[in-house]
Design a protein around this ligand. Structure first.
Ligand code: MLT
Ligand code: ZN
Length: 483
């Protein structure tokens, strides 16, 4: 490959080799392969080198070299992006920067309810470090065993507990970031209060590696939940689910940690395709909610409160049936069903995805309008609209009609995105509630963001990465796109 590389890229590769040594450089095609294809297999890129630095100083050295030579760098975490945010371009001229060797828990400060970790720690490793100190790190996602905390922060991941604890951004106290030219912002403070000017930290969260590379983070911890009560509730529809959410929040003293909506088809796809998943209720219903309440106290009364709320909801027609978990194994089974919806949907064939959010109270109207819009385009499309109703965030996905060809179905993707996003805009919603922009949604971003917002985003990019070497072609649309 190196014979066809531009001289600047070949020179960068040689100099990075000298800095990182063999342990820090993947070049063998078999070793590089996993870094070339995104999780959803939408993109296949190429790269002459996957650089695997072992320290912040290494990252700084790699970026300084690439900045000097004008060579592009694609930061790469656990490769769980849904939008191709960490995949290099097919040109083969971009260097991949994997943070996987930077996986140390630097400090756990139980008294300050904080911990400091390298960006390459798996999310489960961060959770475990907190638990070992009798603390709780609440970010939780289906991919937590393979995603890295640096990627979670770079994409501002949401997940299953955002309703109570917020999204990734809300859990950050400080960041260490390497800038495009190799300078390091040492912002690893663990303070709750610090009103000293611009909030640089929040610029890098959600920027998907286009403004700097997050190398470490200081994160908030919480008391460990001691009473956790999940319930699987059959509901008539989204309207009932939204009312049940408000009622349960009020009745439990705002103890609702998660409130996830599942249409019947989500239960069917998971029970059909994912081993070990079973329908917890003995007859089918139109829709369900997986609701979990928790508190940091040992509190037997919480279960009775939840039971009472659900009994009243059944009486009032907001719920049709419900089952509470009787054991940790039952709780795990409920969450396994919820977390394997993407796997069930993938196994069912092609799908067109929308990761949208609208104000919670608008969800029922949004679902009705967006369903009609989707079915007007593909009348037999199978709606798999599920997700984080407590956050107003739905994965408004559509699976290929039964027995139809996936490629023909996917040809409708653009029309469907346009239709669904148009409705989202009317509710002042978001076209990417928690999955980011990456490469997939750049053009949609151009249509969705205001002119002035895009100008400010470009000005920030220009100020922090004037040579445009950080994750080019991601997040920011081309200047003439959209509108
Ligand atoms: C989920 O909540 O299951 C994920 O965000 C994945 C998805 O959109 O399918
Ligand atoms: Zn989700």
């Amino acid at each position: 490959m190196s014979s066809t590389l531009p001289a600047s890229v070949a020179s960068a590769v040689e100099r990075i080799r000298a800095v990182l040594g063999p342990a820090g450089c993947l070049e063998d095609p078999a070793d590089v392969e996993p870094y070339l294809v995104d999780f959803r297999r939408l993109y296949r890129g190429a790269t002459p080198l996957v650089a695997c630095p072992a320290s912040t100083a290494d990252v700084a050295a790699v970026l300084a070299i690439c900045h000097e030579l004008g060579v592009a760098v694609v930061p790469h975490g656990g490769n769980t992006s849904y939008c191709g945010g960490a995949t290099p371009h097919e040109s083969g001229d971009e260097i991949v920067l994997s943070l996987r060797r930077m996986n140390r828990v630097r400090e756990v400060d139980a008294g300050n309810f904080s911990l400091t970790v390298d960006a390459g720690c798996l999310l489960t490793e961060v959770q475990a470090a907190a638990e070992a100190a009798d603390r709780y790190f609440p970010l939780a996602l289906g991919s937590e065993g393979s995603c890295q905390i640096g990627g979670n922060l770079a994409t501002n991941a949401g997940g299953l507990n955002a309703l109570r604890y917020g999204v990734a951004r809300d859990l950050v106290l400080g960041l260490e970031v390497v800038l495009a030219d190799g300078r390091v912002i040492d912002g690893l403070s663990s303070l709750r209060k610090d009103n000293t000017g611009y909030d640089l930290r929040n610029l890098f969260i959600g920027a998907e590696g286009t403004l700097g590379v997050i190398t470490a983070a200081s994160l908030k911890l919480f008391p460990r939940p001691r009473t956790v009560e999940p319930a699987f509730v059959a509901v008539p529809d989204m309207g009932a689910a939204v009312q049940l959410l408000a009622r349960t929040r009020a009745a439990t003293g705002d103890a609702v940690t998660s409130f996830e909506f599942l249409p019947r088809i989500a239960v069917e796809l998971t029970t059909r395709h994912v081993p070990g998943v079973a329908d917890p209720l003995d007859r089918p219903y139109e829709a369900y909610v997986l609701c979990e309440v928790s508190t940091a106290r040992d509190d037997p009364a919480l279960r009775s409160l939840l039971e009472g709320t659900l009994e009243q909801a059944i009486h009032d027609g907001l719920a049709l049936d419900a089952v509470l978990a009787e054991s940790l194994a039952q709780r795990a089974a409920l969450w396994r069903m919820r977390e394997s919806v993407p796997e069930g949907q993938r196994a069912e064939g092609a799908s067109i995805k929308h990761d949208v959010s609208v104000p919670v109270a608008a969800l029922p109207r949004f679902v009705a309008e967006a369903t009609a819009a989707v079915l007007a385009i593909v009348p037999a499309g199978r709606l798999v609209a599920y997700g984080h109703v407590g956050d107003g965030n739905l994965h408004f996905n559509v699976s290929v009609p039964l027995g139809e060809d996936g490629t023909a179905f996917l040809a409708h993707a653009e029309a469907m995105h346009e239709a669904v996003h148009g409705i989202v805009r009317r509710y002042r919603g978001s076209i990417s509630a928690e999955h980011g922009i990456g490469r997939l949604k750049r053009e949609a971003l151009a249509r969705h963001k205001g002119h002035v917002e895009l100008e400010v985003m470009r000005a920030i990019k220009q100020a922090l990465d004037p040579k445009g070497i950080l994750n080019p072609g991601k997040v920011l649309p081309e200047p003439d796109a959209g509108r």
